[in-house]
Each structure stands twice: as structure tokens, then as C-alpha cells.
Design a protein around this ligand. Sequence first.
Ligand code: ADP
Ligand code: MG
Length: 319
Amino acid sequence: MDEFDLIKRYFEPLQTARSDVTIGIGDDAAVVAWDAADALVIAVDTLVEGVHFPADMAADLIGYRAVAVNLSDFAAMGAKPRYATLALTLPQVDGEWLEAFAEGLSEALVGADTALVGGDTTRGPLTVTVQLVGGIDGAPMTRAGARPDDMILVSGSLGDARAGLELLGADTRPSAGGGQELLRRFMRPEGRLELGRACRPHAHAAIDVSDGLLADIAHVMAASGCRGEIVREAVPLSAALLAAVGRDRAIQYALAGGDDYELVLCVPPTALDRVLGEAERVAVPLTSIGRVVVGEGVICRDAGGTDVTPRKTGYLHFD
Ligand code: ADP
Ligand code: MG
């Protein structure tokens, strides 16, 4: 199978998710109908084997994840994706692997109403780059909009994915129940697209948690020129995480573990009820974990007010 057969067989079927693709896979570039009312939103993320996912991770999960991490970025802006491109570097052509990979990719794309419209296929160490193009109806949520007095809210629960990643590395099979849930949180991040779009008109600022909660909040504070104060005891932890690793490690993973793909929102107190209402409507838990104040950086305190900020607040590629 040469690369053109491969593209035709595995990737062409993924462009049918939308009817507004004028020229899709097969020509020199993709062309889509675009309505000028929406601002154009573009994001790209690369997953490298051995860096972003373990070498033996199942192909469908790699495909799913490559889209999901981009959907999470769109969620953090309050944007809606429409089209995707895929730059795929493969060590060899393995039909079974490609079949499963395309299936995972398709599941995530179709769930987000997004069509694959093009890409590039090359030989080399396994690397998956997905780019999303979409629109936003109104002003985006940015990292720069947080203001003193804003409440800091986070969706879902934190730390599960990091614990799941540890389980993947362990030789032992994860115990039934909780272990599977933690693995799922790492392997199949959901992205909070609906929540992001629902909160966009009300929130001052947002970011998705990919590096680690405190590190990502620090990005918002740096962009906004404010300081984030987080109450450690308020950070939401799942029962599965607490059962698997105990409270101390659960907190450590939640504050700095990364790969959560939850949303952090900075919301003025006057908009809190509306935002909580939207979260309820889209059935995503939202927890208040702190406040924006005058200053810079991020600080984490325990319930008694003592500074318990960990030295390492998230993942860095070039530490
Ligand atoms: P070119 O030489 O013009 O760059 P390519 O041979 O790279 O074209 O690709 C041929 C067509 O297949 C193009 O339309 C491209 O967008 C599409 N394509 C290539 N690789 C992928 C992929 N992994 N997923 C989706 N479409 C792809
Ligand atoms: Mg090319």
C-alpha cells in the first residue's frame, strides 16, 4: 500500500462529517465555504510517541487523543471547530494500526461535528499533528482577561489522568473499577467544548488544564497581570483517585499532574450564578477553587492559610 492508497482508504472517509467542504482530501489544498460573521479560530497540537503517550498505547486511543487535546484548546476559547488537518509521521504502514487509528480519530471528529479536510503523510518516528479550524460567535475567552475579585472555577475533577498515566506504566493490571476510570481519564480526555461555549459570554478568562493546574493558572495570571490564590482543600478530587493513590498524592497530581483537559474559568462574582447555571445545563460539575487578586503569579494555601505551593507546578518540555 503506498501513501495515496493509505490516505484514500483510511482518511478520505473522515471528511464526510460536514457538507460545507468544497474541496477536501485529494487536491493541493482544501477549500471550504466560510461565513464571514464568525471570526476564524485555528489551533494545532502535536503528539510524539514516548513524550505525549506511551509507545504501546492502542492506536484508536492515539487517534482520539490527538483530536481531543485540540478540542480542549477550542473549549478554552469558547470556539466551535469545523475542519481538521492531520500531519501523520509513521515508522511503517500497518493496516490494522491505521484502521484503529482512523476509527479513534473519526469518533472524536464526528462527536465535534468536524470534517478531516487534508493533511500530510511521511515516514519517521510516530508523530501525530492535528490542526483544527473553526469559528467563534462573539468575543473569545482569552488568558488575558482575568481581573482582581474574579472567582477561579475548574470543571470536573483533577489528577485522575496523571494517576492513569502511572497505571499505564505499571506492570500490574489496574484493579477493576477505579483503576479503569483513571486510565480512561488519561487515554480518552473529553475536552469541555460545550461548557466553554456556554460560559464564553460570561467569563473574563479561561485556559484548559494540560500542563498542570497551577502552571496553567500561572499562564492566565501572567497574561492578565494578576495573582491567583488557590485553596488546596477546594480542588476537586475524584473518589477513584483518592482510593487509588491516597489524599497526599491525589492533591499533588491535581495541582501539578497535567493532562486533565479540564477548563479553568475566571468569572466575576456578578456572573457566577449564570456560569453555574450553564454548567448545570451542560451537566459538567464546576467548582470554585480560589480568587484572582492584585499581584502576580499563583499561590496555593491550605485551609489554615499556610502557603503550600509545590515547587514544580506542571510539565515542561525543556526544563
Ligand atoms: P501534496 O504533494 O500536494 O502536499 P500530498 O501527497 O501530501 O499532496 O497529499 C495528497 C492529498 O492527501 C492532499 O489533499 C492532502 O491534504 C491529503 N492528505 C495527505 N495526508 C493526509 C492525512 N494523513 N490525512 C488526511 N489527508 C491527507
Ligand atoms: Mg504533502
